[in-house]
Design a protein around this ligand. Structure first.
Ligand code: COA
Ligand code: AMP
Length: 635
């Protein structure tokens, strides 16, 4: 803690070339970059053009060559399979090089896409790094998504190869993956040449002759592959995230800027030095998993922890403390919902007393708004700084944080503190003017965004502009609303679009509405996010039935709940829908989702001036009361 924040932030704003050019010295370049910030083609900014590099080399080989060969690179801790394993940097490099050899034998080369549909096993990280080694572009699809979502991503990314496993494990449930993979490939118009399947002992996947390859057999025959030089601006990965429709956005990440930003963030934001043990309790299917389970800790020469389990139930609410004390974790990064789950099961943190937590220095929370209760509970019991920080799939690393490696600011509950050096965060009002301190508006970042953030969306430059850059010219729109106080603390209050946040997972209500609307009995529908004590938000559907539908309502509700699970996946946590006679709308026909949500959450709401028929709100209130949501309060 050196109190360097103001000077660093100022330099990153006034002299981005100097600031990021210096940070780039921490990366091993095959050929040096010619430009730090390349602004020749706005709004498509590029970082480190002319540079040639390899991300896998910087994450693994570099450390093997410079004295970390025997240090633990990755610890796998899986209470659901009763397995623990440690890979040294040398072992991980060798495993990655061999699997890169497998992919190369299957025809994967620089620029080819590879989809990974994997549970939380070391092979997921190995496959990601193997792609990086070959200059191939991985796209990891979260295991909780259904076949249809996987098919959408296959069609967009057009992978040459898909890597998957026979199953995932959710607490005590074995979740077979192979029928989902086969179903997705059947549905997709693009077909991969091959699938590599990791057979796990708890479930044997059937193989498609000629297409499917067994992971273990292929590795046994493979020869290690070397790192392939790529341009700093070449894509490292694509990660799909929810937009406002059912078509997810393929966020593209480059190689050079991503490495520079992530490595720097390990010290600036997380205060992690080489050799420290870092644990991001997330999933490789999310951006947190990409950035802070796989790439950043390895780039920094840390030990990363890959945990296949839950905060509770595997086996109890002391699971996180066991992992921290057993593996000497210095910092944990997870979502507030994980702590809400622990607090619910063990309100007085009795389990914590069983473990020596002296190694543990900081808890980082992100992924959703951190409610002050959770923050206070964690601070009280863990007795370490609890750092809320704010970021998005698109940004790849923290926009706002209490930058533990630079300066420690007093925590203000409800705020992820200040803009991290590199980010110019502002609040704009409806007229696009800068908001006053304390005034809520759209949270935006002045362009160009720093390295590591998305350069564009895959196959969709226009959508990139339209989704993020069009509304506030010269700025990137985060889709979050909030304010900045007199001390420069940023507060992130809510989304300005139809995205909801369920257990730290970002989901599109628009995507769910598309599924509901496809039910043959549904004439009209709306999905809103309602407050939930554990998961932050839960989706709730409203459907208006077609005239003459005689089927019992509870049957229709069951069918649409099953439809969302089948089309989007269990991760949507869509469990409830209400059949209503009509939906509240403006006179121009826009559904008043915001007002419905306020009623469900018992917040004050104003009768919208443009409402078509105010009586409908009473009907909605009544329907909500029946399923346990209390009355909204009209101002
Ligand atoms: N593969 C298959 N199914 C999955 C899955 C995966 N990788 N991940 C989740 N699911 C399933 C769950 O089994 C559950 O299914 P169910 O409806 O049959 O019970 C459903 O998807 C919802 O999962 P989840 O939202 O995780 O709820 P949960 O009740 O199982 O657990 C928490 C609740 C709070 C314990 C859990 O969400 C959690 O640990 N969150 C940590 C935060 C986190 O990882 N955030 C990511 C961003 S940092
Ligand atoms: P994702 O892209 O899945 O990481 O989700 C990003 C979104 O999660 C952001 O746009 C916010 O809406 C929300 N979010 C992430 N971190 C925070 C935080 N610390 N506080 C409030 N909201 C957050």
């Amino acid at each position: 803690m050196t109190g360097r924040y103001a000077a660093d932030h100022q330099r990153s704003m006034n002299d981005p070339n100097g600031y990021w050019g210096d940070a780039a010295q921490d990366i091993v370049w095959i050929e040096p970059f010619k430009k730090v910030l390349d602004d020749a083609n706005p709004p498509f900014y590029r970082w480190f053009t002319g540079g040639v590099v390899n991300t896998c080399y910087n994450a693994l080989d570099r450390h093997v060559e410079s004295g970390r060969a025997e240090q633990a690179a990755l610890i796998y801790d899986s209470p659901v399979t009763n397995t623990k394993a440690t890979y040294s940097y040398r072992q991980l490099r060798d495993a990655v090089a061999l699997f890169a050899g497998v992919l190369a034998d299957l025809g994967v080369a620089k620029g080819d896409r590879v989809i990974l549909y994997m549970p939380m096993v070391p092979e997921a990280a190995i496959a990601m790094l193997a792609c990086a080694r070959l200059g191939a572009v991985h796209s990891v699809v979260f295991g909780g998504f259904a076949a249809n979502e996987l098919a959408t991503r296959i069609n967009d990314a057009k992978p040459k190869v898909i890597v998957s496993a026979s199953c995932g494990i959710e607490v005590a449930k074995v979740i077979p993956y192979k029928h989902l993979l086969d179903g997705a490939i059947d549905m997709a118009t693009h077909k991969p040449d091959h699938c590599v399947i990791l057979q796990r002992p708890m479930e044997k996947a059937s193989m498609v002759a000629g297409r499917d390859v067994d992971w273990a057999e292929a590795v046994a025959k493979a020869k290690p592959a070397d790192c392939v030089p790529v341009a700093a601006t070449d894509p490292l990965y694509i990660l799909y995230t929810s937009g406002t429709t059912g078509q997810p956005k393929g966020v593209v990440r480059d190689n050079g800027g991503h490495m520079v930003a992530l490595k720097k963030s390990m010290k600036t934001v997380y205060d992690m030095d080489p050799g420290d043990v870092f644990w991001a309790a997330s999933d490789v299917g999310w951006v947190v998993g990409h950035s802070y389970i796989v790439y950043a800790p390895l780039l920094q020469g840390c030990t990363t922890l890959l945990y296949e389990g839950k905060p509770v139930g595997t086996p109890d609410a002391g699971a996180f403390w066991r992992v921290i004390s057993e593996h000497k974790v210095k910092a944990l990064f997870t979502a507030p919902t994980a702590f809400r789950a622990i607090k619910r099961d063990d309100p007085n943190a009795e389990f914590l007393k069983k473990y020596d937590m002296s190694c543990f220095k900081t808890l980082f929370l992100a992924g959703e708004r951190c409610d002050p209760d959770t923050l206070n509970w964690a601070e009280t019991h863990m007795k370490v700084p609890v750092i809320d920080h704010w970021w998005q799939t698109e940004t790849g690393w923290a926009i706002c944080a209490n930058p533990m490696g630079l300066e420690r600011f007093p925590v203000k509950p409800g705020s992820p503190t200040k803009a991290v050096p590199g980010w110019n965060v502002q609040v704009l009002d409806e007229a696009h003017h800068p908001a006053k301190p304390g005034q809520v508006g759209a949270l935006v970042m002045k362009l160009p965004l720093p390295p590591g953030s998305l350069p564009t969306l895959l196959n969709a430059d226009e959508r990139y502009i339209q989704s993020y850059l069009e509304e506030f010219p010269g700025f990137y729109k985060t889709g979050d609303a909030g304010f900045i106080d007199e001390d420069g603390y940023v507060y992130v209050m809510s989304r300005t679009d139809d995205i909801i946040n369920v257990a730290g997972h970002r989901l599109s209500t628009g995507g769910m509405e598309e599924v509901l609307a496809s039910h043959p009995d549904v004439a009209e529908c709306a999905v809103i996010g309602v407050a939930d004590q554990l998961k932050g938000q839960l989706p709730l559907g409203f459907v208006v039935l077609k005239a003459g539908v005689a089927k019992p309502h509870n049957e229709i509700v069951k069918e649409i709940v099953a439809l969302v699970r089948d089309r989007i996946g269990p991760v949507a946590a869509f469990k409830t829908a209400l059949v209503v006679k009509r939906l509240p709308k403006t006179r121009s026909g826009k559904i008043l989702r915001g007002t419905m949500q306020k009623i469900a959450d018992q917040q004050e709401y104003k009768m919208p001036a443009t409402i078509d028929d105010p009586a409908i709100l009473g009907e909605i209130d009544e329907a909500l009361t029946i399923v346990g949501y209390a009355h909204g309060r009209k101002e």
